[in-house]
Ligand binder design. Structure first.
Ligand SMILES: NC(=O)c1ccc[n+]([C@@H]2O[C@H](COP(=O)([O-])OP(=O)(O)OC[C@H]3O[C@@H](n4cnc5c(N)ncnc54)[C@H](O)[C@@H]3O)[C@@H](O)[C@H]2O)c1
Length: 271
């Protein structure tokens, strides 16, 4: 049982593919906290995934939306308006790199793939916000959260073109956050999450050893998907009303750690 932090709130949750997805955990927590929402994913993911299990558990409708298509985005937002009037929160938990999937190195990118990656992983946030803005689909003090990674600020060699995608996503968060704040007092933030074992995460080369490294570099250890879901709930709640246009690190302290004792010890003379 939750604390009903989201009682009466209505939302849309993008990106629950399977039980490991961060969006899956967010949906479960939002349900526990009393929210009602629509679940959405790309049509192909809906066919291959197990989202109906989650929908049943959370008493949610499932509406398909390929985030690269204007008409899909428009009909999703129309469906949300038809069901709820306006919504109070949206989770954008969408990302995919075609070059990483095809194992193309950062120095050998295919630019058609890169266009698609940027469209899916970053421009989709703009498409979502612009569609909501035009249709006036979000209540005042509503909250939109996207998920990002610290590769937007620092180099992680195997993260490929997703680094550029996340930099663009965070920039859209700031820019649209400004415009939506002025127009409707809608908040827009990104959460920069620890590496997490999911379908998208495990596509990145060397992910197992990297997750271990990040854990040893973080004073609190890696933040898992359940902790991320808790943070999303607070960001959707009224307790964070004045937070907008921010990139919020949710990483157990990784982002501000230069080096940890545990990592140093591996390089000492006694290592
Ligand atoms: N897993 C990590 O280590 C980690 C760390 C930081 C940030 N993130 C971010 O968290 C978010 C969620 O990823 P996840 O780790 O839960 O993995 P995931 O693979 O479970 O989720 C990614 C989702 O994007 C959806 N998607 C892909 N193309 C789409 C399209 N065209 N239209 C609509 N949906 C589409 C997929 O179907 C999937 O549900 C992503 O933005 C990811 O970059 C993940």
């Amino acid at each position: 049982m939750g604390n009903q932090l989201l009682a009466g709130k209505k939302g849309i949750i993008f990106g629950a593919l399977d039980q490991n997805s961060i969006a899956w955990k967010v949906a479960e927590r939002c349900h526990e906290e009393g929210a009602e929402f629509i679940l959405t994913n790309a049509p192909i993911a809906l066919r291959m995934g197990v989202i109906n299990e989650l929908a049943e558990k959370c008493n949610a409708d499932v509406v398909p939306c390929d985030v690269t298509l204007n008409e899909d985005m428009a009909s999703l937002i129309d469906a949300a308006i038809a069901k709820f009037g306006k919504v109070d929160f949206i989770l954008h938990s969408v990302g995919m790199s075609l070059n990483i999937r095809k194992k193309k190195a950062y120095t050998d990118l295919n630019y058609d793939f890169m266009h698609k990656t940027l469209d899916i992983s970053a421009m989709s946030l703009h498409r979502l916000l612009q569609t909501c803005y035009e249709k006036d689909a979000i209540n005042e003090w509503g909250s939109v959260v996207s998920l990002t990674y610290i590769a937007a600020q620092r180099v992680f060699p195997d993260y490929g073109e997703m680094a550029e995608s996340k930099a663009l996503l965070e920039s859209i968060t700031r820019s649209f956050g400004y415009h939506y704040g002025v127009k409707r007092k809608v908040r827009v933030n990104s959460i920069s999450q620890s590496p997490t074992m999911t379908t998208a995460g495990s596509g990145v080369g060397g992910f197992d050893s990297f997750i271990d490294y990040a854990n040893k570099m973080s004073p609190l250890g890696n933040a898992d998907a359940n902790a991320c879901a808790d943070y999303c709930v607070t960001m959707f709640s009224d307790l964070t009303r004045m937070v907008t246009m921010q990139n919020l690190f949710h990483d157990g302290g990784f982002s501000y750690t230069g080096v940890s004792k545990e990592v140093m010890d591996k390089f000492g003379t006694n290592a």
